[in-house]
Design a binder for this molecule. Structure first.
Ligand code: DGY
Length: 328
């Protein structure tokens, strides 16, 4: 019997990469050139394989599923988010296809980055770094680069899954006045352990938060939900943080809300598109700090994500339960 063939669309972190490369039970097809695999190359290389380990950069849609062929058993993405995989196309064309993701292993790293981004945004790191480098650093001045404190502020989580709760857990130590969340489903355990409560209307949620932290999934319902209307409901001077997906935000509306109010500042680890165009007006705003999607970027976490993605793919090609499947 021939060995299952697995497509790997990038070179992984060292430990996980050597695990898949050295697995003698499979035959590996590897895109080893730098950068993301071009879409036409992806459609060519996925043809005839039994499993594929992919990244956020690879769109899985009807074209790709058709190009792959009916023998494809599993798509394993090295990410917890799977908005790059068209669920309607999978359901329609390949309802038997298994999809693997990497939950839990990136929660701590992403929560830590979110806290860091909030502090950096609230305390004006972008402007401070620019001034420190520019030679415009004058005498100590009581009103110089005053930022916003976290203690005593009300923090609202838009989406309150694993990552949102892990951020709340860490921010509890900063003594916020209260923590609320907006989510389609109540989270009674988290309410109890974190002292957070659920707002039932978005108007109420946004109007009551000094700091809004987005940690929800990108879906048809959340795409573009942060726009002129929702920013208009936020408190004057409020802080907006997004470490989920850029598609949740209308970036020109965010620019205007930062320029003319009501927002005080914003910190983004994700944008739409990615990479974010270097000439985008948002990058000119001193009160907008943008990071290049590094939420899970620690060696420990990236190794754990890649390892889980390898395990998902191997389980799928050998007909076993995936350790971390998507349940449609
Ligand atoms: C994910 O896993 O979905 C993140 O955005 C990348 O770590």
């Amino acid at each position: 019997m021939s060995k299952p063939r697995i497509l790997l669309t990038r070179t992984l972190t060292p430990r996980a990469h050597s695990r898949i490369v050295n697995d003698s039970r499979i035959s590996l097809v590897h895109w080893s050139e730098p950068g993301a695999i071009p879409p036409e190359k992806f459609r060519e290389m996925i043809k005839g394989v039994d499993g594929a380990i992919v990244l956020l950069t690879e769109k899985i849609n009807a074209d790709v599923l058709q190009a792959a062929g009916p023998q494809l058993k599993v798509i394993s993405t090295v990410s917890v988010g799977y908005d790059h995989i068209s669920v309607p196309d999978v359901k329609r064309l390949r309802p038997d296809l298994k999809i693997g993701i990497t939950p839990d292993v990136l929660t701590d790293a992403t929560a830590e980055l979110t806290v860091g981004l909030l502090l950096a945004t609230a305390r004006r790191f972008k402007e401070s770094l620019d001034i420190a480098k520019s030679g415009k650093w004058g005498d100590w001045n009581p009103q110089f680069l005053m930022g916003t404190q976290i203690s005593g502020k009300s923090i609202g989580f838009f989406g309150f899954g694993r990552i949102g709760q892990a951020v709340a857990h860490r921010l509890k130590g900063f003594s916020p006045s209260r923590m609320t969340y907006f989510s389609p489903s109540p989270k009674p355990d988290a309410e109890k352990s974190l002292g957070a409560f659920r707002e039932s209307s978005i108007e109420q949620f946004l109007g009551a938060s000094d700091i809004v932290i987005v940690t929800c999934k990108l879906t048809g319902e959340t795409r573009g939900i942060f726009n002129a209307k929702s920013f208009g409901l936020m408190r004057p001077g409020s802080i907006f943080i997004n470490t989920a997906r850029g598609g949740i935000v209308n970036h020109m509306d965010l620019f205007r809300a930062l320029e003319s109010g009501p927002l005080g500042s914003a910190g983004l680890d994700v944008t739409d598109p990615e990479p974010f165009p270097a000439d985008h007006p948002l990058l000119t705003r001193p009160n907008c700090l943008i990071l290049p999607h590094i939420g899970s970027a620690t060696l420990e976490t990236r190794e754990a994500m890649a390892d889980l993605a390898v395990s998902n793919c191997l389980a799928g090609v050998f007909g076993e339960e995936l350790p971390a499947p998507v349940h449609f």
